[in-house]
Every structure is written in structure tokens, then in C-alpha cells.
Design a protein. Structure first.
Length: 214
């Protein structure tokens, strides 16, 4: 009985040690297997979600863009969550993530992703149709009328009023005088004829008286 009891105790001790060792390995393996370095890159930002890295403050994370620090090296415990804005860019950017785990390089991470160029926001379609361009109709200017001759009232009166006979001798009399005749010639001739007739009458009367006296 004594030999049997001693062997049983030894077996129990070995089983206990083996169980404790297995539990210790399992417990130490759980945190290591839970390391989760999740990250994403868009055209405008970088999102970091690092979880289950243990309570050591020697875990570090670094983010660079085209070789320049976007997130300088920073220490963290267990979890790290952050969003980083990317600079404006007209071409693709190379974004690199470096995570150094305090419990071993096998849990560290060094990965590079590409940030695309953001597309310009599209304008919503307008409900109103765009106006159809119309051809401009050339406007013709009316020709400027030529300046007309201004007729003064004097000219109109002289054109429309009838000629009034003047008491002055017409220029025709002057023309006759120059040729040896005048407009007063008939009057003079008439007066001379009267004088001759009167003289003849006087002579006839005086002769008749003389005859009567003889």
C-alpha cells in the first residue's frame, strides 16, 4: 500500500505540473495572438485601429507619407485609435504604417498603401433646361437723311406771291429811250395835234370875221 500510494502521488504531481505549464503557455499565447493592427487609407485620410497589444508602453506606431512624417513615432498601451488627414494632392500618395510590438518583432507590422486622388465633387443636374444659345440678329440702322435745303419765308413768299406792277417806269422804257423813242412820245404828238387843230380853228374864225366885215 505504501508503494502504491507513493507512485500515485508522483503521478498526481506530474499531472499538476504539466497542467500548470499548459495553462501558462496558453495564457501567454492569448495576448500575442490577439494583436490586431487594422488600418485603412482613403483619398483624404488614414484610419488606425490597433488593439490587444498588451499593457507595455513600449509599443510604438509611425505613419509617413512619401517619406515625410504624418504621425511621428508615438508610444501606446494595448490600444491605439486615430484618424489622420492627408494633405491635398493631385497624384497618388504612398502611405506607410510601422508598428513595433513590445513583445516581439513577430507581432510588429510594416505595411505600405496608396492614397488615390480625390475626385472633384459632381454638380447635381439642374431641373431647368439650359438655355439654347440664339444667334444675335444684326440690327440695321436707318440711313441718316441728307440735310435738306432750308427754305426761308422770304424765298417762299417771293416764289408764291404774284408780281405787283410798279409805278416806276419799267426797264423797257429805258431800252426805248436808248433807241430814240420814249413812252412820252404819243402824248407829245397828241398835244401838238391839238395845238394845230386849235390854231387852224382860230385862223378859220378870224378869216370868217374878216369876210363878214368886208
Amino acid at each position: 500500500m505504501t508503494l502504491f500510494s507513493g507512485s500515485w502521488r508522483r503521478r498526481s504531481a506530474l499531472i499538476t505540473v504539466a497542467t500548470a505549464s499548459a495553462l501558462g503557455v496558453g495564457l501567454s499565447a492569448v495576448p500575442a495572438s490577439a494583436h490586431t493592427p487594422t488600418w485603412s487609407v482613403t483619398c483624404s485620410e488614414v484610419s488606425l485601429d490597433l488593439t490587444a497589444y498588451g499593457n507595455s508602453d513600449k509599443n510604438t506606431v509611425t505613419v509617413t507619407v512619401d517619406g515625410k512624417d504624418l504621425l511621428p513615432t508615438q508610444n501606446f498601451k494595448n490600444d491605439f485609435h486615430k484618424k489622420l488627414d492627408l494633405p491635398e494632392h493631385k497624384s497618388e500618395l504612398s502611405v506607410r504604417l510601422v508598428v513595433v510590438a513590445a513583445d516581439g518583432d513577430q507581432f510588429s507590422k510594416d505595411e505600405t498603401k496608396t492614397a488615390p486622388v480625390c475626385e472633384a465633387p459632381s454638380q447635381p443636374p439642374s431641373s431647368e433646361p439650359a438655355p439654347t444659345p440664339t444667334e444675335a440678329t444684326p440690327t440695321t440702322e436707318a440711313p441718316t437723311p441728307a440735310p435738306s435745303e432750308t427754305v426761308t419765308p422770304t424765298d417762299e413768299a417771293s416764289d408764291s406771291a404774284p408780281a405787283v406792277p410798279s409805278s416806276q417806269p419799267s426797264p423797257a422804257g429805258d431800252d426805248l429811250a436808248e433807241t430814240g423813242s420814249s413812252s412820252s412820245t404819243p402824248l407829245i404828238a397828241g398835244a401838238a395835234a391839238v395845238v394845230l387843230v386849235a390854231g387852224a380853228g382860230i385862223m378859220w374864225a378870224s378869216r370868217k370875221r374878216r369876210t363878214a366885215g368886208n
